[in-house]
Design a protein around this ligand. Sequence first.
Ligand SMILES: [Mn+2]
Length: 284
Amino acid sequence: MYRVPQTFARREETLAEAKFAVLGIPFDSSESYRTGSRFGPNAIREASRDLEDYDLEDGSDLLNLSICDLGDLEVSFGNYLETEKRAVETITEIIGAGAVPVCLGGEHTITYFAAKALDKDIFYVVFDAHLDYRDDYLENRHSHASVTRRLAELVGAENILVVGVRSASKEELSEADKVGLKYIGALDYYRNKAGAQKKIESLTAGRSVYLSIDLDAVDPAEARGVCNPEPGGIYYRDLVESLDFLKGCRLGGMDLSELAPAYDPYSQILAAKLIFKALARARI
Ligand SMILES: [Mn+2]
């Protein structure tokens, strides 16, 4: 008897067979407060192995989905450009094989890696406590605090919606407003949850969509294991409800970033479950 390798959800499919391809990107070189998201991918894998494939609440069975786990990208710590090159090459290979990339961070900059590999007609739904619209952070234009800005330059601000925001500098807010970046603040989300959902659904209906979940979008009461916790976030059950928008569009790719398991042993379970919930709703 033997145990299967430490793969996401205990899967052993190959890339050629799979509809979804999990790729760990343990890059955390620009984390601006506490670090350690490089340990995110394996923590999510470990948690995913313990969760039921059958989802009692959704009535969905993950075993009906074909998923492979490619392991982790060999990142070049401290070298953004080399890591970007490697990530873009690998994600391009995944897409070329006809699979949907599911990237495990690592810091939030991994979203930009995926965007460089994906078609340009994709809409981005980003759950994040932070607007991440600084032109640079401490002279670093590749900082995780600039990822939405870089993404907007690449795909157009009109193709991005950030949900759960409760942290931004005055300057980045005004620059985001200048280009019409759409975002739903965490407070507005809770003042009118149905309205927020309508907005997410109307922007994504019928489109190809990339889902990016920065785990710090979730309230730190439920997800303490992140690099930049921010009070006043979205609760797990609400975030899951919001993911229903995935039923009305086509999923082109997704990621979950910023999990830093050293600060809390539970957050990785929540992270894995959010990925399960997203995949259960995904149309491809
Ligand atoms: Mn964030």
